[in-house]
Design a protein around this ligand. Structure first.
Ligand SMILES: NC(=O)c1ccc[n+]([C@@H]2O[C@H](COP(=O)([O-])OP(=O)(O)OC[C@H]3O[C@@H](n4cnc5c(N)ncnc54)[C@H](OP(=O)(O)O)[C@@H]3O)[C@@H](O)[C@H]2O)c1
Length: 256
């Protein structure tokens, strides 16, 4: 099913920055022929790229979405737009299209879609059932696809999954720095990365809950317990909750 869809659909990605490139790379890795994907990274290329597409992924900054839609409105009859922009609602986009008969869905992917390891929040907007099935079957190749019925739930996916790779990377980086400081200079980053990969692989393959794995490693009176106690004393969970809450407020603030 997915391969058939790949063979037929012409895909345009408008905005070839961090996310647009990751999406295009993920689609190619998943089997979409390169020749079926056009990436337009400036306003001069958008019109031609939109004209030749069945599916148009909007991967520009939220503040640019409206002007891009204005540029390509004349090409959109009967097409499907899939917006990646955080906080820009289907209703807001429709309003800018002045009654053009096209359909709009939204996705909230994260950067690991480039390697088929992403999380992709999916809100189907007003796209028709067959188109939705095809889109889901293609996007399902990019990682864990999570359909939300309420558009506002995409905000939570933005927070947890969209922002997640940067948050996780900041932990990996802190680990690497510590390892270096403590003398593991040559392999510090590799050890940090593998520690994260290994812990995640263990959780995933064994089906163990994170709390259970903590118990297995943090034996009473041991080294791990001392580290975790100190994190707790320093307010780690509270700081984390506060940090995420500030992101949540920010998302709610950029809504249009
Ligand atoms: N980054 C993430 O992890 C992530 C995750 C989920 C969703 N998103 C969403 O993805 C969208 C893009 O984010 P990003 O991080 O990829 O931003 P980005 O790296 O700045 O990419 C945006 C790209 O769009 C180009 N662009 C600007 N105006 C354009 C126009 N009129 N027509 C075509 N291309 C244009 C920019 O080119 P110039 O640099 O030359 O201006 C840039 O290459 C945002 O709406 C964001 O909410 C991002």
């Amino acid at each position: 099913m997915a391969k058939d869809t790949f063979a037929r659909k012409r895909i345009t990605v408008i905005g070839g920055g961090h996310m647009g490139s990751a999406l295009a790379q993920g689609l190619v890795n998943a089997g979409v022929p390169r020749s079926r994907i056009t990436v337009s990274d400036n306003s001069r290329g958008n019109l031609a790229a939109a004209k030749s597409a069945d599916w148009i992924f909007l991967a520009v900054k939220p503040s640019v979405v409206v002007s891009v839609l204005a540029d390509i409105t004349g090409t959109l009859e009967g097409k499907t737009i899939i917006s990646l922009a955080a906080g820009v609602s289907v209703k807001a986009m429709k309003k800018r299209l002045h009654g053009v008969n096209c359909s709009i869905a939204r996705i909230m992917p994260n950067i690991p879609v480039a390697y088929g390891e992403g999380v992709i929040g999916f809100y189907s907007g007003d796209i028709a059932a067959k188109n939705k099935r095809e889109l889901k079957s293609v996007l399902g190749n990019l990682g864990l696809l999570v359909e939300v019925k309420k558009e506002s739930n995409l905000d939570t996916i933005t927070l947890i999954a969209g922002c997640g790779p940067a948050i996780v990377s900041s932990f990996v980086s802190a680990y690497g720095k510590r390892a270096r400081t403590l003398g593991l200079s040559r392999n510090a980053e590799a050890i940090a990365l593998q520690t994260f990969k290994g812990a995640l692989a263990y959780l995933e393959r064994s089906g163990t809950a994170p709390e259970k794995l903590i118990d297995s490693v943090a034996t009473k009176g041991g080294v791990t317990e001392a580290i975790l106690k100190e994190l707790r004393r320093g307010g780690f969970e509270k700081i984390f909750a506060r940090a995420m809450q500030s992101g949540y407020k920010k998302i709610k603030g950029i809504h249009s």
